[in-house]
Structures are given as C-alpha cells and as structure tokens.
Design a protein around this ligand. Structure first.
Ligand code: NAD
Length: 316
C-alpha cells in the first residue's frame, strides 16, 4: 500500500497559477494541492471553486487555501507569483521587481523546512530560477525553471500544423533564454526521425522562408497574445502540469527546462533552457545537442544577455 501523499504548494494564484491548478485537478496529477497568494481572498475563492469541480475530476485531489507552513511536507513548490509583462514590456524588464518578490517568498518557504523541488514559472524565468537556487541553497538539480518548455510546445504545434502531422510526432527544440534571444535547434529538428530539411526538399509547397516565419511566431507569441488578451496562461499552465507529472511520477522525461549549466554547452553559472531528463529527484541529466556553428553563436549570445541582466540577483 502506497503511503506517501504527493503535495504541491502553488505560490501565486493569478492567471498562470489558477490555470495550472485547474489543469492539475483535471489531470489528477497530485493528491494534495495548496494555494497561496498575497491576495488571500483570491486563493481562498479559487480553492472553493476548484473543490466544487471535484465530482467531475478523474480522481480526488485535496485542495485548500494555505500558508507557508504547508511547504514543510510538500514535494514540489511551484512559484508563479509576481508581475507579468504589460504590452510592450520584455520579460527582462521584470527582473528587479520579481527578484525582490522572490526573495520574500523563497525565504518563507525555506523557513518552513521545505525539502522538495522548486518549479519556477515567473518571468524572467531563467534569472528567477537562478535567484531561487541562490536564496534556497538547494542543489541545482532541485531548482527547475519552466525554461523553453512553452516555446518548444509552440514550435512543435506550429510545425505540426504546417506539415499537417500530429504535433506529438514533431521533435524539435527551442533552447536558450525564455525570451527574445531564444533559438530553434534546426540542426536536430525532425518529424518521426526524418529531418525537417528533407521535408522541405521533398515538397515544393514547403518553403524555407515559412520555417523562418514559424520561428518568429514562436519567439514573439507572448507579445501577440498579450496584445490580444492581456496575458498568456493556458499553454504555460499545461506545460507546468506536464513537468509536475514527470517529477512526481518519476518519468525520466526529456523536457526543455531552465537548468543550471556547469560546463554543459561550454557555459557556466547560468540558468537557461536546454533539454534535460527529469524525474523524482529533479534534473537527472542535461542532454547535450551537437549544435551547428550558427546555433552555438546564438546560444552563447543568449547566455550573455541573461548574464548582463542578472545584477539584481547578484545583489541579493
Ligand atoms: P497575475 O498578475 O495574474 O498573477 C500574479 C499573482 O502573484 C497575483 O495573484 C499576485 O497577487 C501574486 N503575488 C504577487 N506577489 C506575491 C507574493 N509576494 N506572494 C504571493 N503571491 C504574490 O500574473 P500571471 O499572468 O499569472 O503571470 C505570473 C508570472 O508568470 C509572470 O511573471 C508572467 O510573466 C509569468 N509567465 C511565465 C510564462 C512562462 O513560460 N514561464 C508564461 C506566461 C506567464
């Protein structure tokens, strides 16, 4: 008989957080879900609302509006608290404000003897993952950012749509900063093992310039959505659930997360989006892709831009 009860504590029940909670309940991923937000009424209301959907869920999830003492027995603390991008703002514009917010949050989590895995979604996610790692003092494997999980999903969706193939059979990664300097790894992009370049060469309907536009649509997707509805949340919420499931169910899944590099890809002391194997212990291993020369230069540039924006974290 299984006696461990999986508990996820979610800090920040705004658009991203509450969409995540809803998706988590609908997929029956955890036995316990605790909601925390500065706006207590909002998270209390969310807990009530979500609980009323329980008869329609695939299985029971105990959900309550809690506080930091609930982190003690948590397996995962998910942080989606903080400011989001306003129209025209980049993710990097949020760094100072959200670093300050994170200091307060992570210190309270640690004061309650949390000993699980941190999952970070707040932007700029790579820099804030570094901040959580630094403030918590946790091993790097147990602090994970959502990185380019959403960008990779957008990429696979758009490529699947273009080639009219199930997105789940598209294997292609976006790596680097979750932001303006991210890059597509075209050198390894394939559909069911067949290189994307073969698809282009086979059919005159498919064009190289369309692929370039697909990447631009991936990179700029958040701007396009924010212009239309003010924020993005469903895609990232589902990506967060995917990641939570991979961790709790010890899946050894490969997902493009923000991970700490210590020599991988020739880079050190930075959190950035790369494919990694994740399981119950967090990040088991970073997958090394043999990037071509252009990709290497772009990846190094992405690292450089992240490092240039980390001043507020180094000042903590
Ligand atoms: P939101 O404004 O709807 O929600 C933020 C929530 O954080 C609010 O409920 C607020 O009360 C809460 N909060 C603020 N300070 C807090 C604190 N100190 N303690 C507890 N709660 C606190 O914003 P959102 O749209 O949900 O976005 C949240 C974050 O997620 C943003 O930084 C956004 O850019 C990011 N995001 C990331 C991705 C990704 O791919 N990683 C995708 C979309 C959005």
């Amino acid at each position: 008989m299984k006696n461990h009860v999986n508990r996820v504590v979610l800090i920040g029940t705004g658009a991203v957080g509450s969409s995540y909670a809803f998706a988590l309940l609908n997929q029956g991923v955890t036995e316990e879900l605790v909601l925390i937000d500065l706006n207590k009424e909002k998270s209390e209301g969310d807990a009530m609302d979500l609980n009323h959907g329980m008869p329609f869920a695939p299985g029971p999830t105990k959900i309550w509006f809690g506080d930091y003492s609930d982190c003690k027995d948590a397996d995962i603390v998910v942080i989606s608290a903080g400011a989001n991008q306003k129209p025209g703002e980049t993710r990097l514009d949020l760094v100072e404000k959200n670093t300050r917010i994170f200091k307060g949050i992570v210190e309270q989590v640690m004061a309650n003897s949390f000993d699980g895995i941190f999952l970070v979604a707040t932007n700029p996610v790579d820099i804030l993952s570094y901040a959580v790692w630094k403030i918590s003092g946790f091993p790097k494997e147990r602090v994970i950012g959502t990185g380019t999980i959403l960008d990779t999903a957008r990429f696979r969706y758009l490529l699947g749509d273009y080639f009219n193939v199930d997105t789940r059979n598209v294997h292609a990664y976006i790596i680097g900063e979750h932001g303006d300097t991210e890059l597509p790894v075209w050198s390894h992009a394939n559909i069911a093992g067949s290189q994307i370049s073969h698809w282009i060469n086979q059919e005159s309907n498919y064009k190289q310039e369309d692929l370039e536009q697909i990447f631009l649509n991936v990179r700029d997707a958040a701007y396009h959505i924010i212009e239309r509805k003010g924020a993005t949340y469903y895609g990232i919420a589902m990506g967060l659930v995917r990641l939570t499931k991979a961790l709790l169910q010890n899946e050894n899944s490969v997902l493009t997360v923000s991970a700490y590099l210590d020599g991988e890809y020739g880079q050190k002391d930075v959190y950035i989006g790369v494919p990694a194997v994740v399981n119950r212990n967090g990040i088991r291993q970073i997958i090394h892709l043999d990037l071509d020369e252009t990709e290497k230069v772009k990846f190094a540039h992405s690292v450089k831009i992240l490092k240039q924006n980390m001043e507020p974290v180094f000042k903590i």
